[in-house]
Design a protein around this ligand. Structure first.
Ligand code: C5P
Length: 267
């Protein structure tokens, strides 16, 4: 790692809101600090394409996190539409299979040509909210055997990343815990975008706008520094910043985590 300033445009803020007012408020506060924002289900369902346009008009980039998972033809058309809308990163679920992902890649290439810039198409491997036990329950535990192998979520993430690589996607969404292994296996150019980011110091008290307020839903987490140290190309940060009373202060803490640890590494 070289200069911590290089990491400023590698932090993506998840705008999980149902209205453009808090979006504007946060973008105003983070002006000049953050240049990449994620539009997910909540904001896109509530505000539609206006949300993407709003961010693009401010000169920032958009990760349109709609995790497409459908038949190849439907995904092809959706990715093309997303690219034309202005998205810089679009994602699909790797579990949709290689035919679906190849269709998504073709659409992203065509949309890139139309837009005159490269649009990344990446695949979600295993959600960062799923533990080994959860993955076991969903994919393996047909007989309710209760047997849960440690590391099966990481193994599944690598398998799904392989399918994404075969489909010529630009990279994957994964836990930062899998980033290093994915980079080693599929090469440094294969991008890893990592949600499930938690700073140790504030993670206990930020979860205020969670479906279940009593606990954090993210399970395979890492700190911002740990994620970049594991080779993540981008980290996705949501409630640590959007749920904080002082979002700029929260951003500064995240940035300090990266900078301080990098400096320690140099000593
Ligand atoms: O608030 P928090 O930092 O947990 O937000 C993480 C964001 O990343 C959410 O918007 C969530 O939908 C998204 N995400 C994720 N895990 C994935 C893919 C996307 O948490 N595998």
């Amino acid at each position: 790692m070289k200069n911590s300033d290089n990491f400023k445009d590698k932090i993506i803020i998840a705008l999980d809101y149902d209205d453009l007012k808090p979006v504007k408020n946060l973008l105003d506060k983070l002006e000049g600090k953050i240049f990449f924002y994620k539009v997910g289900f909540e904001l896109f369902t509530s505000c539609g394409e206006k949300s993407v346009k709003f961010i693009k008009d401010r000169g920032c980039k958009v990760f349109l996190d709609l995790k497409y998972h459908d038949i190849p033809n439907t995904v092809y058309k959706a990715v093309k539409a997303a690219g034309k809308l202005g998205a810089d990163i679009i994602n699909v679920h790797a579990s949709g299979g290689t035919e679906m992902m190849s269709a998504a890649k073709k659409a992203a290439e065509e949309a890139s040509e139309y837009a005159g810039r490269h649009i990344d198409i990446i695949a979600v491997t295993v959600l960062t909210s799923l533990s080994d036990g959860d993955v076991n329950g969903i994919f393996y535990d047909y007989k309710e055997s209760g047997v849960c192998n440690e590391g099966i979520s990481s193994d599944l993430a690598i398998h799904l990343a392989r399918l994404a690589k075969i489909s010529k996607l630009d990279g994957v969404v994964c836990s930062a815990r899998e980033s290093l292994n994915i980079k080693k296996t599929f090469g440094n150019d294969f991008k890893t975008v990592t949600p499930g980011i938690r700073t140790k110091t504030i993670s206990d008290n930020i979860i205020t706008n969670c479906a279940d307020n009593s606990k954090d839903d993210q399970k395979r987490v890492m700190t911002p520094y740990e994620a970049f140290n594991a080779g993540a190309d981008y980290i996705v940060v949501g409630r640590e910043i959007t749920g904080a009373a002082d979002p700029v202060g929260a951003f500064n803490k995240i940035y300090a985590d990266i900078k301080d640890n990098m400096n320690m590494q140099k000593i």
